[in-house]
Design a protein around this ligand. Structure first.
Ligand code: KIV
Ligand code: ZN
Length: 511
C-alpha cells in the first residue's frame, strides 16, 4: 500500500441499502439508478446498491447498477449463508470490481436471541461464508453486526478468522448507535493492536445515529486508524439513520489539522446529490441540517451579517461553493433565455440533455408568468419534477376546477390525458380541495390507491412561492412516491398524485 492510499479514507455509501431501509424511503429502479450515477459522479468509492436476496426488485437494481456504473465499486449485502452470498454474486458479477458484503451478528444479545448460536458456531459460520464468498469474488467485506456491543476479545477473534478466510475489508459497525466517540477509538485501537493479521485488511466503521453520535463516532474510528467509513447521503437509514456522508467528508476537509487524511469526494456536488436523494425519497432535509441544510450559510442576526460582509470567515468555517451552494442566487426572469437556464442548471449540478432543457425551459417560462422572481430553488424544483417524471409518463395533468369553502363540501372537476385522449370526472365530497382532487384522480384512473403520506413545502419565500408536494400512496400493498411543484398547491398535489400513479403503472408488470 502506498502512503497516499494509506491516507485516503474510502467512502462507502449505503444510501441505496441502509438508507432505503428508512420508513417510506423506497425507490424504484429508475430512481436507484439515478442516485447510483450521482454517487459515482460524487466520487464515492464503494456504492452498496442493495440486498439482492431480499426481493426481485433489489436483485434487479443491484444488477442494473453493477452493469451501468463503472467508476465505483458496486457492492451487495448478504447474510452469512450460501444462498444470500450466491444471490449477491449473481447480481454483481458483471460489475467492475464488485464487492460482496457479508454480515453476521456477534454480540451476546444477537447470539442468544436472534441467532441462537454459540461463539464457536459463529466462528465456523463466518469462516465458511467468507471462504465461499471468496471462491466467487475477490473483493469480500465482512461485518461483525453489533460489534459495538460485542466482547472485545471475541470481536478480535472473529476478525482474525474473517481475514484468514479471505475478507479484504473488516467492518466494525455500531449497529444500534450505542457507543461514544471515546469507546469507538478504544475499540478500533484494540482491534488494530491485537489482531495479528489486521495489516492484510482495511478496517471500516458503520455508525448509526440513535444517540446523535454517528459522525463523531466515525471520526473517532478514523483517528484510531479506520480507513473506510460507511455512510449515507443526508444521514438517512434505519431508525435515527447512519453517519451522514456530507458531514464526515466536510469534517475531514475542514479539520485537516485534526484528521490528516483525505477522501475522493468532489465536495461541490454534495448539495445537488443531497437534494436529489431528498426529492426521490421524500425525506426532507431539515433547514438546519449540517452542510446541506438551507440555513447553513444564512445569517439572521445583524451582527453576524455585518461580520460576514466584512469577512465571511468571521462566521463561516466552510465556503458555500465548496459544498455546491451557489452564492450568486441571481434572480432569473421572464427574459432569461434557454441557454441561461441550461447554464444555471449546470451550475446547480445538472447536466441536462437538450430534450430535458426544452421541458425545463417550458416549465420555467410558465412559472415566470405566475411568479415575479424566479430563484435557483425554483429552478431546482422544476428540474427535480423532471427527475421524477423519468418514469415514462402515461397519465398527464390537464386542468382542474374546484369550488369549496368553509363548511361546504368541495366539488372538483379534473381533466387528465392518457395516450392523447382527454378524460374528465367531477366529484362531490372529500375533506377539502386536495382530498377531492385525490378522489377524482382515483375515479379517472380506476386505481384503488390509498394516500399514506402527504407533505407540502414552500420552495422559496413570498406569497407567490411555488409549493412542492411529496406524497406516498399505497397500491396493492406497495408504496409509491409522487412529486409535483407549482405556484398553485392544488395543482402541485394533482401532479404529485398523477406522478405516483405513473410509477405504479411503470412497475405494473411485476404485479
Ligand atoms: O448496522 C449494521 O450493522 C448494518 C450491517 C449490515 C453492516 O447495517
Ligand atoms: Zn446499518
Amino acid at each position: 500500500m502506498s502512503s497516499d492510499e494509506k491516507q485516503t479514507v474510502i467512502i462507502f455509501d449505503t444510501t441505496l441499502r441502509d438508507g432505503e431501509q428508512s420508513p417510506g424511503a423506497s425507490m424504484n429502479l429508475t430512481e436507484k439508478l439515478e442516485v447510483a450515477v450521482a454517487l459515482a459522479d460524487l466520487g464515492v468509492d464503494v456504492i452498496e446498491a442493495g440486498f439482492p436476496v431480499t426481493s426481485h426488485g433489489d436483485f434487479e437494481a443491484v444488477s442494473e447498477i453493477a452493469k451501468t456504473v463503472r467508476n465505483s465499486s458496486i457492492c451487495g449485502l448478504a447474510r452469512c449463508v450460501k444462498k444470500d452470498i450466491q444471490t449477491a454474486w449473481d447480481a454483481l458479477k458483471e460489475g467492475t470490481n464488485p464487492r460482496i458484503h457479508i454480515f453476521l451478528a456477534t454480540s451476546p444479545i444477537h447470539r442468544e436471541y436472534k441467532l441462537r448460536k454459540n461463539k464457536d458456531e459463529l466462528l465456523a459460520m463466518a469462516v465458511e461464508g467468507i471462504a465461499f464468498g471468496r471462491s466467487l469474488c475477490p473483493n469480500i467485506e465482512f461485518s461483525a453486526e453489533d460489534a459495538g456491543r460485542t466482547e472485545i476479545d471475541f470481536l478480535c477473534q472473529v476478525i482474525e478468522k474473517a481475514i484468514d478466510a479471505g475478507a479484504g475489508t473488516v467492518n466494525i459497525p455500531d449497529t444500534v448507535g450505542y457507543l461514544t466517540p471515546f469507546e469507538m477509538t478504544e475499540r478500533i485501537r484494540t482491534v488494530t493492536a491485537k489482531v495479528p493479521n489486521i495489516h492484510r485488511a482495511v478496517v471500516s466503521t458503520h455508525c448509526h445515529n440513535d444517540l446523535g453520535m454517528a459522525t463523531a463516532n466515525s471520526l473517532a474510528a478514523v483517528l484510531a486508524g479506520a480507513r473506510q467509513v460507511e455512510c449515507t447521503i443526508n444521514g438517512i437509514g434505519e431508525r435515527a439513520g447512519n453517519c451522514a456522508l456530507e458531514e464526515i467528508v466536510m469534517a475531514i476537509k475542514t479539520r485537516h489539522d485534526v484528521f490528516p487524511v483525505k477522501t475522493n469526494i468532489v465536495t461541490n456536488r454534495l448539495v445537488p446529490v443531497s437534494r436529489l436523494v431528498s426529492t426521490i425519497t421524500g425525506l426532507r432535509v431539515p433547514r438546519n441540517k449540517p452542510i446541506v441544510g438551507q440555513n447553513v450559510f444564512a445569517h439572521e442576526s445583524g451582527i453576524h451579517q455585518d461580520g460576514v460582509l466584512k469577512n465571511p470567515e468571521t462566521y463561516e468555517i466552510m465556503r458555500p461553493e465548496d459544498v455546491g451552494l451557489q452564492t450568486n442566487d441571481l434572480v432569473l426572469g421572464k427574459h432569461s433565455g434557454r441557454a441561461a437556464i441550461a447554464d444555471r442548471a449546470k451550475m446547480l449540478g445538472y447536466d441536462l440533455t437538450s430534450e430535458q432543457i426544452d421541458v425545463v425551459f417550458a416549465d420555467f417560462k410558465r412559472l415566470t408568468d405566475r411568479k415575479k422572481e424566479v430563484y435557483d430553488a425554483d429552478l431546482l424544483a422544476i428540474i427535480e419534477q423532471l427527475v421524477h417524471q423519468k418514469t415514462a409518463v402515461t397519465w398527464a395533468f390537464g386542468s382542474y376546477d374546484i369550488s369549496c369553502g368553509s363548511g361546504k363540501s368541495p366539488k372538483a372537476t379534473l381533466n387528465m390525458v392518457y395516450a392523447g385522449t382527454r378524460y374528465s370526472h367531477t366529484v362531490s365530497g372529500g375533506d377539502g380541495p386536495v382530498d377531492a382532487i385525490f378522489l377524482a384522480v382515483r375515479e379517472i384512473t380506476k386505481m384503488d390507491i390509498v394516500c399514506k403520506d402527504y407533505n407540502v413545502h414552500s420552495v422559496t419565500v413570498g406569497h407567490d412561492a411555488q409549493g412542492e408536494v411529496s406524497t406516498l400512496v399505497e397500491y396493492k400493498g406497495k408504496s409509491f412516491r409522487g412529486y409535483g411543484v407549482s405556484t398553485d398547491v392544488v395543482e402541485a398535489s394533482t401532479i404529485a398524485f398523477i406522478n405516483a400513479i405513473n410509477k405504479i403503472l411503470q412497475e405494473s408488470s411485476s404485479f
